[in-house]
Design a protein. Structure first.
Length: 168
């Protein structure tokens, strides 16, 4: 009888384990995000890369929650470029996917085509996630170059410029 009772209690304990109260140290989550200084370095490098290519752009760097940390607009970039750059960064963070990938999977007739109709989503190339240690810590959005591929190249150059500071 005692062996059966012990077996039942052990089984009950195993079933209840996933529902046990969370320990105090597990109740809080530690996250990493870009510092304003690093966000500025990324934006400056992306802007410089676009200038070398002859493009007048706006560059936005957003934190891991999609809030704009840095906005740089070159003097002749169009008036629409700051909002578009910030939207591309926000979109990359929100969907945890670079915007050029979203362009491909959200074409009319595709299962994800509805993404193009979500408020605030900017489904154009040029929004790139910033990752450090396997975690997304922010994103860069670039707008104003002739095409999403060129915007994305400048964004990637900005990230590449600080790559050594992102590895930990």
């Amino acid at each position: 009888m005692t062996l059966l009772r012990t077996a039942r209690l052990a089984a009950l304990a195993l079933l209840a384990a996933p529902f046990a109260p969370v320990a105090a140290q597990d109740a809080l989550v530690t996250t990493r995000t870009l510092s304003p200084e690093l966000a500025l370095d990324i934006a400056r490098a992306a802007l410089a890369d676009c200038r070398r290519r002859g493009f007048q752009v706006a560059v936005a760097v957003v934190d891991r929650s999609g809030q704009t940390q840095v906005m740089l607009r070159d003097r002749f970039a169009g008036p629409h470029t700051p909002g578009t750059a910030a939207g591309k960064g926000w979109t990359a963070i929100s969907f945890r996917t670079d915007t050029s990938e979203l362009v491909a999977i959200s074409q009319p007739g595709m299962p994800q085509s509805g993404l193009r109709h979500l408020p605030g989503a900017v489904i154009l190339g040029g929004g790139v996630r910033v990752e450090a240690g396997g975690t997304t810590v922010g994103a860069v959005g670039v707008s104003g170059a002739p095409g999403g591929e060129a915007d994305e190249a400048c964004a990637r150059a900005g990230i590449e410029a600080v790559k050594d500071k992102l590895e930990f």
